[in-house]
Design a protein. Structure first.
Length: 335
């Protein structure tokens, strides 16, 4: 049977209330008594029930975080930045992976509500506005990460993905490419839609240029490889001469599908650029050009904004932070 607070009180010769004070408000207890109670705790192997304490307090010392794909190094870096900032304030981060699945996302949101987390950071897999407003109604603040919702009062930290898409397509066009393809995921993911919009704007500015959209079910290496194989299977005249991949994982898969499996040369036959500039983008067989997002800074800033919201829900601080993307040119697009 687990050791209880009462067992500790008996062993230390004090009241249950004194043990509680030692655990929660030690400054109110005489040092000698604190020492005696702590010795009893060590001897009996007592472990406090934090779950029960949190229920009494009404909240935990944790924040919930939901990302689209925990296997994507970009989101791993965002979570690392969030965790570092949260830890500095004595908070832990509970990480959930929606895997781009709206039902799974809703399950995590309900779990975080039940756990009474201090706040939630989320990159939505779909339109989760109703669920997020329900959290806010329960007194749990929400910050959108790498995303924003037009017209919403929700705080957000994001990157200008329309500009990022424009930079990527503009760069390919400046290399003399005119038959561009955009390889992306489902349009329910706002970042994909925004990057495509930026690419379309750039293409519209160049006479004779065109943009083909190749939609994949998810933003993974496997789907990038499948897209590359499908492009290789076409007649040479029907292939794009440049590809903008919606993220670096797709771009890595495209390199595999085009070169290793298809025998094409990147960038000689097809130029390629990705998005995110994850750590190993520069270490692929053909180093990847990419559009860089400040991943760790995004996570750090999201927690900063969440803490401000917790401390002052109606404060005058900046509620929407938007970073600018940066073009990083390597061999995959420039040769």
């Amino acid at each position: 049977m687990a050791t209880s607070v009462r067992d500790v009180a008996v062993a230390a010769g004090v009241s249950v209330g004194t043990v509680s004070n030692v655990l929660n408000r030690p400054e109110k207890v005489a040092p000698a008594t604190v020492e005696r109670v702590m010795a009893a705790i060590d001897e009996l192997g007592f472990v406090r029930n934090d779950a029960a304490r949190q229920l009494r307090a009404g909240s935990s010392r944790s924040i919930g975080m939901i990302v689209l794909d925990a296997g994507n190094p970009f989101f791993a870096a965002v979570a690392r930045g969030a965790e570092a900032r949260a830890d500095a304030d004595g908070l832990s981060v509970l990480l959930g992976n929606s895997d781009e699945n709206a039902a799974r996302e809703a399950g995590y949101l309900e779990l975080f509500r039940e756990q009474r987390v201090n706040g939630v950071l989320i990159t939505p897999a779909s339109d989760a506005t109703e669920n997020l407003e329900r959290l806010r109604g329960a007194g749990i603040p929400v910050v959108l990460v790498d995303h924003e919702i037009a017209g919403s009062e929700l705080c957000s930290v994001s990157v200008d993905d329309v500009e990022g898409g424009y930079l990527a397509a503009e760069h390919l066009l400046q290399q003399g490419r005119r038959r561009l393809a955009f390889v992306g995921g489902p349009p329910t993911i706002a970042q994909v839609t925004n990057r495509l919009e930026g690419a379309r704007r750039a293409v519209a500015e160049v006479a004779g240029a065109r943009l083909e959209v190749i939609e994949m079910p998810t933003l993974t290496v496997l789907n990038g490889r499948a897209a590359g194989e499908a492009i290789v299977a076409r007649e040479a005249a029907d292939r794009p001469d440049a590809i903008f991949a919606a993220n670096d994982l797709l771009a890595v898969g495209l390199v595999q599908g085009l070169t290793i499996l298809g025998g094409l040369r990147v960038p000689d036959d097809i130029a390629l650029i990705g998005y995110d500039d994850i750590d190993f983008a520069s270490a692929t067989v053909v180093p990847l050009s990419s559009v860089r997002q400040p991943a760790e800074e995004i996570g750090h800033t999201a927690v900063e904004l969440l803490l401000k919201t917790i401390a002052d829900p109606d404060g005058k601080y900046e509620r929407r932070v938007r970073f600018r993307p940066e073009l990083v040119v390597r061999e995959s697009s420039a040769g």
